[in-house]
Design a protein around this ligand. Structure first.
Ligand code: FE
Length: 184
């Protein structure tokens, strides 16, 4: 696959499904992705982590469960599908934080007092479908995994990226980062 194809392909996915509502939240999938990537850029994350932030929910656009599976009690496992999709197109520093970003929520709920209270109702609902809060032992195992710390940063941006009407750069702005972490 040539360089441009992976970037064009994700752009096509956003064109196709990016206008859909993000779960039960007040933003579209595309707005959520752009807000998340903007937070990563603002915090001077690496190009790979900015790309991961932008594409962390790409699994919602590639799965076949229909609209809003969580509202119907279905866990679409979007972090696995998304990470597998990204792993064949980008470096592991992109795909692996994406793979772990749901577990990062389970981790943060376990180790950080008050984190649970910051979750939106939709995030609380999906948390249960995703296996609930980690035990202490599970949390310790999790944070030792490669890319777990990146996944935790990503997860914090993810939770914030639900602001209706927030101005962000467009998708084209982030292509420079994607181009730096394509799979060789
Ligand atoms: Fe998200």
């Amino acid at each position: 696959m040539s360089d441009m194809n992976a970037i064009d392909e994700v752009s096509e996915l956003f064109l196709g499904g990016g206008g859909r509502q993000y779960g039960g939240e007040a933003v579209t999938q595309l707005a959520h992705a752009l807000q998340c990537a903007l937070s990563a850029e603002t915090e001077h994350a690496s190009p790979a982590l900015i790309t991961a932030a932008l594409l962390h929910d790409i699994g919602h656009l590639t799965h076949r469960f229909g609209p809003r599976p969580a509202a119907r009690g279905i866990d679409d496992r979007h972090e696995q599908g998304g990470a597998d999709y990204l792993a064949s197109r980008f470096e592991p520093a992109v795909s692996e934080p994406v793979r772990l970003h749901v577990d990062a929520k389970r981790y943060l709920c376990a180790v950080e007092l008050g984190y649970f209270a910051t979750l939106s109702p939709e995030s609380v609902r999906s948390l249960e479908l995703q296996g609930g809060v980690f035990s202490t032992a599970e949390a310790e195992d999790f944070i030792r995994r490669p890319f777990a710390a990146d996944a935790v940063r990503l997860r914090r941006w993810d939770e914030q990226a639900k602001i209706k009407g927030l101005e962000t750069p467009d998708l084209a702005h982030f292509k420079i980062y994607m181009a730096k972490c394509l799979k060789q």
